[in-house]
Design a protein around this ligand. Sequence first.
Ligand code: MN
Length: 293
Amino acid sequence: MDGHTLLPREVPLGGPRGLLVRRTLPHRAIRTIGTWCFADHYGPVAGEPMVVAPHPHLGLQTASWLLAGRIEHRDSVGGRATVRPGELSLMTAGHGIAHSEYSDGGPLLGVQLWIALPDAHRGQAPHFEHHADLPRVDLGAARGTLLLGSWAGATSPAAAYAPIVGVEIVLTGTARLPLDRGFEHGVLVADGDAAVDGQPVPFGGLRYLPPGREAATVSSAGGAVLLLLGGQPLAEDLLMWWNFVGRDHEEILRAREDWEAGRRFGAVVGDGRPGIPAPPLPAVRMLPRPNRP
Ligand code: MN
């Protein structure tokens, strides 16, 4: 079967001594899947808290999804939520927002996903939403919870700005997952062991499926939790730098200057910690990356 397995690389989150996460997007071979442009998978850990002090975002949505544990989210538009398993925290950064995320040191297993906002929607005002009651789909050995978009007859209430799908799938055997032929997809193994179209995918790995597929067969011997991420291939080239998703060097430069000067992004409500300083800009002029090299 056609497809490509993306292996994760380990990256420290929020600084060199931060929690280690496994990153599959962006990947050298595949930069985005639809508008999904960033995928970090972390845990299982205990006693090693996630500490991400106030920092800015631009031009994207962040989706926090947990399989175990809890994280406190606060942001500069007054959004506040405890992220729990089965509940979606979705922050739309638009033209700029700041937020912080802290776990309590208890067991933690989850993902942080970024969704690029298409050019027509990236200038919007920032907002935050938390969804505790998402639609569920029962396909026998696969039980799905809709994070974003529509799948198998169900639709998520979360705000989406491009043709996209995001589903958590609890897998207890073999199942056929319906796919949208116009979408490309990725299947991330968030827990347990799984194979996609008969190809084993390691814990934290992501199986990429190009457009044109009507279904994928997934199976697990001991049980697994998968994330199905998909969307219409993005026709825009992105410039991703630090926490910003932009289009050109000047835009990123202005956003960096605004964060350093305390402008635009606002202060995280109820969080007195100092913000994370922006890293230095590279010495060379940054260019958007071709989305399909
Ligand atoms: Mn963030």
